[in-house]
Design a protein around this ligand. Sequence first.
Ligand code: C2E
Ligand code: CA
Ligand code: CA
Length: 764
Amino acid sequence: MTLINKNIWMAFYLVSILWGLSLSISSYSTYQRVYDEFVTQQISLTNISKNSLNATFDQYEVLLSIVASQVLKNDKMIEEESIISIMQTATNLHSSVRAFGLFNLDGSTRSTYPVNPETDGRPLLTVSESKASFEKTITANKMVIGRTYFSESLNDIIIPFRLAVRDSMGDTKMILSIAVSVDKGFSFFVNNVIESGFNNTYLYREMDRYFQLAPIDRIHDANVYQQKIPKSKVKITIEELSKTVKTPLAELKESEITFTNETFRGSNTYINASVYIKEYSMWLITEIKLTEIMQAFLYKVKLLVLVHLLSIVLIFFLFRNIASSEKKKVKELKFQANHDYLTQLFNRYYFDQYCEKVNSSSPFTLIYLDIDHFNTINDSYGHAVGDQLLKAIALRVKGIAHPQDLVIRSSSDEFILVCFHKTELQTNEFCKQLLASVNTTYLINDAEILLTASIGVSVYPKDSSNPEDIKRNADLAMNSAKTIRNTTAFFNKTLLNDYLYKCSVERELKNAVKHNELYMLYQPQQLSDGTVVGVEALIRWENKTLGFMSPDQFIPIAESIGAMDTVGEFVIEQTLSDMVSLQQRIGTAFSVSINVSVKQFKKPDFYDILMVLVERYQFPTNLLILEITESVLIDDIDAMQRLMVKIKKQGIRISLDDFGTGYSSLSILHNLSIDELKIDKSFVDHVVDDAETRSMISTMISIAQCKKMKTVVEGVETKEALLTLTELGCDIYQGYYFSKPIDKHQLEFFITNPEGHQVVDQES
Ligand code: C2E
Ligand code: CA
Ligand code: CA
């Protein structure tokens, strides 16, 4: 039972592990997907940012180009007033453009609108922040973006955009510059970060490593624009990037493709998307925190984990269900193995197991209860009623029994009770109650049924220290009770001795033929004048250990143990052999009566065996008589009749032994062709002094005469008896008065010396 359960739970653990594994795999792939989604989105948002920046820059370049083209007319500067007016219009058009300025090539201011955004109006070439980009603008044929700085005059953080104003020869004449407010001109950049869910975004100049647009949390901090990003940091980041994407830096810059890599700052990991803006030599970098990916992942995986957990809970219940139904099944099987299906009481198997475990420290009383004549109930009411009756009996027995007692149905109508702590007196009282309860009328299917039972009791360990012996003892006691019925018998030593003696008889009897322990005696049958007309063959058994055994004792035992075949065959063979040779030698023919037991006669091969032996010894069938008793005719009378007809066809005669002691009816005698009636010795014993007996014998003789049967009286012991019987008209006489059963030699002497016919005392 535990093994099956163990296996079920093993399977559950295995499924759980597999389930867990599948959860890990799907979680991992979900994480990968979320990560990839984030990165792809980051790249695309970075690209959008880059494009917006480029478009904004282009827009300022266009503005500068337009103004520049108007400032110089035919290579001549237009008037100051017109310049201011153009600047004014342009400034008004772009709210982000805070100021315009036109500078001489030495960096000095030519004209500004509305104020000079540059520091203190100093020549730009003397200001460190603007020197490099200003110089670059002179030679550059495109817009140059200057460093972002705080303009005191504008009170704003601005980015200067500069464009060279060239004449028709292409020579730079002046530098046009606009100051664009970071706040107004790049608010989209800040918004972009917020909308995209970036942690940060910044733009820095590759040339001098200053922020063009600082990370948005510091975008309005003027000081940030004064600090260079350390070279080492930039180097590391860029190298790291090119290493991660396995592409040379030059190629990354040239292709302007957005790449991502992970960086660590403080306790955080960031995913950076970097793209190089070739035109202005700037790096645009966007950042997201890995924890955000983690959060998105957790949000997504939550459902997955939930589904997994739920299914594992479901699987758990499923397995628990299987395990418990398995447990239930095992319990049921165990119950079935130990219980009787009909009465639900314990069965014999359980009882045997119980007996194997008992020890002398736990005494008990074993009570065997057997219903008397139960098979007649089955025969007359049918098995269905029989079953119901057994259930009712079981209920009654169980009702009387103490809760601790074991109640067992050991076989069809046999119940066993194992009771504890009972004295003999208590047991006796208890058994009386049992019998009284069982004896009470049962009402089944409208039929009132009355029963009796017999009880046998044996006590462990008083009667034996071996529980097997206790079972046998109780059985012996029960068999002894059966002889009386409706009573209780306690086991005692005499029962055991009788039983053991019977066992030894059985044992010895099995080998009696083989050991030549059996022999035949013959008792003469005579007419009243002493003429021997026949003999009755009577078996004898002399055993080394048991001594002389009378056939009355051992024939029933031989029948019960199935030894009657060999014994019966011995009788026929020995008798035929003895009598054929005797009759041939003395030249006198006389009939030979052989006793045939009920079981022997009913054996299907009896006739064949008989005829084989008759053939073998060439015994004249007209001299052979088979003595059968009335019990042969109790059941299956038709088959017996057919057999008797077959036997009689061979010329063999049939004699009805012990006539008058059984319950033969006249109709039986009428229907069966019996040749001879043997009037039992019990009648003969009283023939002299009991008139009633005499009239009974007289009736028997009349019946015999009527059916043309011969009468043989056995047990004739006295001359008086002989005389009386002769008067009554008996045909043939057998008894100690003439001769006891004698061996074949004595018989030869007896027959050949008729003048000495006295009582021949062979057996005394
Ligand atoms: P049974 O067939 O009624 O045999 C007659 C019994 O009465 C014999 O006892 C015989 O010895 C006894 N007997 C005869 N005359 C007298 C008498 O004047 N006084 C007294 N007291 N007894 C007399 P036995 O030989 O002990 O046989 C007993 C029974 O055993 C037989 O009763 C028969 O039923 C059975 N039996 C004996 N031999 C055989 C046998 O070979 N085969 C079978 N199947 N049964 C046998
Ligand atoms: Ca007989
Ligand atoms: Ca008899």
